[in-house]
Design a protein around this ligand. Sequence first.
Ligand code: T5A
Length: 217
Amino acid sequence: MTRGRFITVEGGEGAGKSTQAARLAETLERRGIATLVTREPGGTRRAERLRELLLDPEETGWEPETEVLLYFAGRVENVAKTIEPALAAGRTVICDRFADSTLAYQGYGSLASLETIRSIGEAALRGFRPDLTLILDIDPKMGLARTRSRSAFQDRYERELFDYHRRVRQGFLAIAEDDPDRCAVVDAAASVGAVAEAVLARVEARFEEFKAGKERR
Ligand code: T5A
């Protein structure tokens, strides 16, 4: 059984991550590639309960390290119970947000120490990392306008000021620059169809590299 590939979709609010994760999964399934979509925070029953707590607009004032630990607590559950078994069974897993979101939001956005987040991440994930990370890049004004036109409800992060979201965007771009082998930045301001084409092109290129034996793990 060939191990499946692990793809993460990252980016700011309203960048189109959920839309693109679902489209990519449909395309791969049509091509006969068994695929599983999961999300973070969430992905297991208990991690979904942590999600409710973390996104609750009433729950403000976390110690930065507490928040980081809670994200990684849910992530360890999601990897162990959902992601890893699917990969081992040969399925491609698409995860709507993963560890880069913690670095971008809690680190670049909320200004928790990047070094602390990285060392918590290493201890929690023990080297487990995506084969490909798609970073959907969008001006936060456009992204937040999309989420606001969809629903009046705003979670804890959507309520943050533009400056916060600008730092998050710069954070994702810095992550991509630091790890260009793993990360691909996609312009998310384009139409759904155009973004989907760009996403698929990145995935196909990465799959080709794997076929040619250029493992990067
Ligand atoms: N968080 C998460 C952290 O702080 N640290 C962490 O470690 C993690 C994992 C919840 C929050 O948690 C924080 C960050 C988040 O604030 P979430 O549920 O993934 O994470 O939250 P959002 O990113 O806010 O999810 P959204 O659903 O709002 O955004 P998506 O998934 O990027 O966008 P999507 O696909 O739902 O689309 C949003 C709207 O835009 C339209 C869609 O139809 C939809 O209405 N749309 C487009 N419109 C025009 N053109 C396009 N190309 C479009 N693509 C989508």
